[in-house]
Design a protein around this ligand. Structure first.
Ligand code: KIV
Length: 319
């Protein structure tokens, strides 16, 4: 009995051990890495309790939380609020925050400064979209001690501006370009790379060529891990529905039904019931009734109170 209890406690402690970047890297070739997005305290708490490996505070939050029509408008202030809330709700998972568009493009100093703000808000690492063109900024952020996750293939912050959301790595030239970028990012020191909407074959080639893990989204089954946007998998966001999304439940419908039941309960007086209310003690209630009766009696026997004083402006007129 005691030894079972001890084992349970030991397991609980192991389960609660905060994951660090090296834990994620060492999962390559041993265990697939599970990644989900979250942007607030309550959903982060649920995600963390599931044992998910990485919680990504994605810039997709701009779309699914704030209703923007792409990830471009979301800014540092908004992303920092998301990141802070997620960090408060997370005990075990590694938290990676997306650096939003405009927060790392200007120059190295600006990029490092913003990456530091994410770490101060409770994130464990940052993710930047881009390859060779932003290597100097990735290098500088890593040099100050901040772990960086890369992101190549479809880069929603900028790809959308040029060609829209299109499959990446679908020709020999583009596939080899992606492989070169991935190798370059690995050399620079990123601890993992997101491959978004990359053809399955190219994603497999890249995954096999790197020592660091790849995290796929719409990039086939051969990546070292997978990421999904929480709102997509729960069917809480249906403005865009890419083919790579798998919906695990229809939470929109569950929420809609729950709120409709609540409305009916309120309108029909079914809610709140006595069990949802607070009671005054019988003795106190009797005293209250007596006090009220006394007050009422006194106010009936008293002469009518004088009329209220005129408003100041009127008083002045009479003075
Ligand atoms: O913002 C996000 O959710 C992402 C994932 C799609 C990888 O970057």
């Amino acid at each position: 009995m005691t030894s079972n209890n001890n084992n349970n406690n030991k397991n609980k402690k192991t389960a609660l051990k905060k994951l660090v970047v090296n834990d994620i890297v060492s999962m390559k070739n041993n265990e697939k890495i599970s990644v989900i997005t979250s942007y607030d305290y309550w959903s982060a708490k649920i995600c963390d309790n599931t044992g998910i490996d990485i919680i990504l505070v994605g810039d997709s939050g701009g779309m699914v939380m704030l209703g923007y029509n792409s990830t471009v408008p979301v800014n540092m202030k908004e992303m920092l609020i998301f990141s802070r809330a997620v960090s408060v709700g997370t005990k075990r998972s590694l938290i990676v925050s997306d650096m939003p568009f405009g927060s790392y493009q200007i120059d190295i100093k600006h990029a490092v400064k913003n990456a530091i703000r994410f770490i101060k808000s409770g994130s464990d690492a940052v993710k930047l979209e881009g390859g060779i063109e932003i290597i100097d900024r990735i290098k500088a952020i890593i040099e100050v001690g901040i772990p960086v996750m890369g992101h190549i293939g479809l880069k929603p912050q900028t790809t959308k501006l040029w060609e829209g959301y299109k499959v990446q790595g679908n020709t020999a030239v583009r596939g080899s370009q992606l492989l070169r970028e991935a190798i370059e990012l690995e050399k620079t020191g990123v601890f993992a790379i997101v491959l978004e909407m990359v053809t399955s074959e190219v994603a497999e080639l890249i995954s096999k060529s790197l020592k660091i893990p790849t995290i796929g989204i719409g990039s086939g089954p051969h990546c070292d891990g997978q990421v999904l946007v929480l709102h997509d998998m729960l069917n809480l966001y249906d403005n865009i529905k890419p083919r790579f999304v798998k919906t695990y439940t229809n939470l929109s419908e569950v929420i809609l039904n729950a709120i409709q039941s609540y409305i009916i309960d309120v309108k029909t007086g079914k809610f709140p019931e006595e069990k949802h209310s607070y009671k005054i003690e019988d003795k106190e209630y009797e005293r209250l009734v007596k006090t009220i009766k006394k007050i009422q009696k006194k106010s009936h026997s008293r002469p009518a109170p004088p009329p209220p004083p005129p408003p100041i402006s009127e008083k002045r007129k009479n003075d």
